[in-house]
Ligand binder design. Structure first.
Ligand code: 13P
Length: 252
């Protein structure tokens, strides 16, 4: 299982230091040893370097992921952060197409597709987020929305595979109504969506799915029983290193 803590626009250098100390002092390395669990922390771009360096210094088995990358590779694009930049700062991959970026910052399906291709080309692991809003769900439009979000991404992954690219890809089902709301999708909701997405889109391989949306210590046990899931993408609950550690222990 792959567990990603999306810190969003939270955390400062001091708090990151404390967070990593808790993981270190409470034996994250020992807990992960011999298991198939892999964990990643996703700080804002400015702390990628710092987290990567601290994780290395403390010998913590933790990957570092970015929360977004640019649609451009390099050049005169003021304020942008490209795939090469995040890799240079120690990131293994990036979250892409998070609903908060779609909702507040004009992220489009076309942009997410370009970013997916750039990550794959660079050997950076994309974690592509998708999910419907409450209005879309209530209108029975979930599948058509997901088709719009993911068809081009599936084509992009298929094209990369044809060219011999074998960079892993994760798809994170994050229903907008479940994010930060305290209401997680039920196992049945998740199963239905994942089977429709697996079967109805031109994936070149069986997709690896994460789930995100109000995951916490009370529901992670139940949700982890879903054989369709390869892990979790968690916001609020995993801003607390003790909850993060307890979650890892619960899944161990
Ligand atoms: P919460 O875990 O706070 O609901 O956020 C989920 C999320 O958006 C992770 O990317």
């Amino acid at each position: 299982m792959f567990l990603v803590a999306n810190w969003k626009m939270n955390m400062t250098r001091d708090r990151i230091g404390e967070y990593l100390s808790v993981l270190d002092q409470n034996g994250l390395s020992g807990i992960l040893e011999g298991s198939t669990l892999e964990v990643a922390l996703a700080p804002t771009h400015v702390y990628l370097d710092f987290v990567a360096e601290e994780v290395r210094r403390r010998h913590l088995p933790v990957k570092v992921f970015a929360q977004d990358v640019s649609t451009r590779t390099e050049g005169a694009f003021t304020g942008e952060v490209g795939v090469r930049n995040i890799q240079d700062a120690g990131a293994t991959g990036s979250i892409l197409g998070h609903s908060e970026r779609r909702r507040y910052f004009g992220e489009t399906d076309a942009g997410v597709t370009i970013k997916t291709g750039l990550c794959l080309n660079a050997g950076a692991i994309p974690v592509v987020c998708f999910g419907e809003s409450l209005e879309e769900r209530n209108a029975g439009a979930t599948l058509s929305v997901l088709r719009q979000q993911l068809t081009c991404v599936a084509d992009e992954v298929a094209g990369a595979r044809k060219n011999g690219n074998d960079t892993p890809v994760f798809l994170a089902y994050e229903p907008v109504w479940a994010i930060g709301s305290g209401i997680n999708a039920s196992p049945d909701d998740i199963r239905n969506v994942l089977s429709a997405v697996s079967e109805g889109f031109p994936w070149p391989e069986l997709p690896r799915f994460l789930y995100g949306g109000s995951v916490n210590l009370d529901n992670i046990g139940l949700l982890s029983g879903l054989k369709e899931l390869s892990g979790f993408l968690v916001g609020g609950a995993w801003l607390d290193p003790d909850v993060f550690l307890d979650s890892v222990k619960a899944l161990r």
